[in-house]
Design a protein around this ligand. Sequence first.
Ligand code: MRU
Length: 351
Amino acid sequence: MIETLEWTDAGVRFIDQTKLPTEETYVVCTTHGQVADVIRTMVVRGAPAIGVSAAMGIALGVKNSVAASESELRREFDEIARIIGETRPTAVNLFWAIQRMKAKLDSLRGKSIVEIKSALIEESKRMHAEDIAANQAMGRHGATLMPSSGGVLTHCNAGALATAGYGTALGVIRAAVEAGKKIHVYADETRPFLQGSRLTAWELMKDGISTTVISDNMAGAMMRRGKIQAIVVGADRIAANGDVANKIGTYSVAVLAKEHGIPFYVAAPISTVDLATPDGSKIPIEQRNAKEVTHIGGRQMVPDGVSVENPAFDVTPAKYVEAIITERGIARAPYGESLLALANEEVAAVR
Ligand code: MRU
């Protein structure tokens, strides 16, 4: 399995996703500031991977601390969490991970500094292992929804590279293929950062899963030509009502799917469900550097001085979503009820 990120004795090691698919190189971070930088610059990206990176970044920062007392260490923890929390605003897994590390710290009151450091490192490693297990469970649930044969479209990269391993949307596809389904993947290129053509195609090829890359503007024509039997994407944040924030372009795919009667599925762990956000209009959308749009591979494609927009995500209203696949089961509309039930682990009630 692809090692997206891992805790090592030398530091937190990341595959450098900005260099893929042509170079497979790794970056080792030894400070929490470096981890914040790799999240911001998208050396590591994808909501669940960002969450686990945040946890390991915090663990690294605490490990490096020379605080002499528990209260000093707690103050340093808050500063480390603040720095990591300012990297990317949309993926709620980042904030979920920070809260979980904070809760762990709170459970360690009165312990020695050595014990606190080691417990926080272990917690971040546990989150890494749990993420892989969640993706495999999501795969088992979601595989049942995939066609026994045919084309499955995905947008962006919601694969091993976007998680601790196996993937959410690509985990569903992997599990379906492992179960013997004859699936051909159509990977949207995913302008402007090209996660589909650079990353999804790379990891599916490594697994021997047949894949065709299409430019984003081909998706509708492919659906009309009968090439696509299902769509599965990941999510960066799912509001309490089932509205889904995901990579820019996802909304267009969902609307096209509705027009063509193709089921549009979202696969995401429960940590991506944000019950505190009532609907998609309240999800903060990250605006990234215009250069990601104006330049391709370092070459300028847009005239100097022209106005450019670069929202990294869009929101797909819940009405376009056929089902949300989580590690605890499959949620269907009305999502206000089904997501709440899953979040409360009442799995049997929604399946
Ligand atoms: O900007 P990115 O590459 O971090 O955006 C990633 C996505 O939008 C993914 O689809 C989402 O995080 C789900 S990853 C399992």
